[in-house]
Write a protein that binds this ligand. Structure first.
Ligand code: NAD
Length: 280
């Protein structure tokens, strides 16, 4: 079975590592923070335990899933992986450092799967030795229960890379929607506009977060409202993504709402910090 490397053990990295480990893959999960790795182990254990309970699936054993994941703060441990999914913070300079390192470390055939909200895949691929092996895989949150991955073809991504990625994702129960490369792709180029505008609506005191979200759920039959979605993603990630969209398109429609920035400055990141537009 192919070996999977996962870089970044935050919200997305944990979900990606769990999804592969649940399907029997050997996973190496790397983060620079020892504290984050300890929390990742606890979070994955609890997520598997709860999903086994809710889905009544006894084959989901948290100990077994964890035994398929090697937690590490050393990049050397990704040397022998066949696929590497990168999930570090949505910041180009940070990702740039990561790709310069991993491109030197991984095997020649290794496919680099970029999990970014908005950063162009072609720009990331340009940092690596072989851009034909770089593909965007924009996983949805929470990863273990979302069955579709927005997959992005960079300028040089080869058909072989796309096919291998598709097969791998299919094997863990996910189908792909293949799109071309422009910042934010399809999902976030559109969704960040409405999350940002929803924050402006709250800032202008037109409605409370609850009422903004109720309009979307009760009138438009959306499963979640824009502010619940922003909280789930992480308001820090939403702000970083809006900044990428604004800087790349140079279009004022992506200018980040000051309320969102203020909340991030105050440490209100949403679900992951316990407080955002809602309390968790
Ligand atoms: P997060 O802040 O929860 O986690 C990021 C992790 O990266 C942190 O644990 C941090 O310690 C780690 N990190 C930072 N620099 C590192 C380095 N040099 N080496 C290794 N690890 C490093 O963020 P997240 O929500 O998991 O997002 C990760 C990526 O996935 C971002 O690019 C984001 O845009 C994208 N994404 C997020 C969502 C979402 O809903 N949150 C959905 C799809 C894609």
């Amino acid at each position: 079975m192919k070996k999977i490397g996962v870089i970044g053990a935050g919200v997305m990295g944990c979900g990606v590592a769990q999804s592969f480990a649940q399907h029997g893959y050997q996973v190496v999960l790397v983060d620079i923070s020892e504290e984050v790795l300890i929390k990742a182990k606890e979070d994955i254990y609890n997520n598997v335990r709860f999903s086994a309970f809710y889905t009544n699936n006894c084959s989901l054993d948290p100990e077994k899933v964890l035994s398929n994941i090697y937690f590490s703060n050393n990049y050397e441990s990704i040397k022998k992986v066949d696929f590497l999914v990168e999930n570090v913070t949505e910041n180009y300079e940070l990702k740039e450092e990561v790709y310069k390192q991993v491109s030197e470390l991984v095997n020649e055939g290794c496919i680099l799967m970029v999990n970014t909200s908005c950063i162009p895949i072609t720009k990331i691929a340009a940092l690596t030795k072989d851009p034909t092996k770089v593909v965007g895989t924009h996983f949805m949150n929470p990863v273990p229960i979302k069955n579709t991955v927005e997959t992005i073809r960079g300028y040089y991504t080869s058909e072989e890379t796309i096919n291998k990625t598709k097969e791998l994702l299919y094997d863990i129960g996910k189908e792909i929607v293949l799109v071309n490369d422009y910042p934010g792709f399809v999902s976030n180029r559109i969704s960040h506009l409405y999350m940002n505008e929803a924050a402006f609506v709250v800032q202008d005191q037109v409605a409370t977060p609850e009422d903004v979200d109720r309009i979307f759920k009760q009138c438009y039959s959306h499963k979640m409202g824009p502010l619940e979605t922003a909280d789930l993603i992480g308001l820090d990630t939403v702000v970083n993504s809006l900044d990428v969209l604004f800087n790349t398109y140079q279009d004022s429609k992506f200018k980040c709402c000051p309320l969102l920035r203020k909340m991030v400055d105050a440490g209100l990141y949403g679900k992951k910090s316990g407080q955002g537009f809602y309390t968790y």
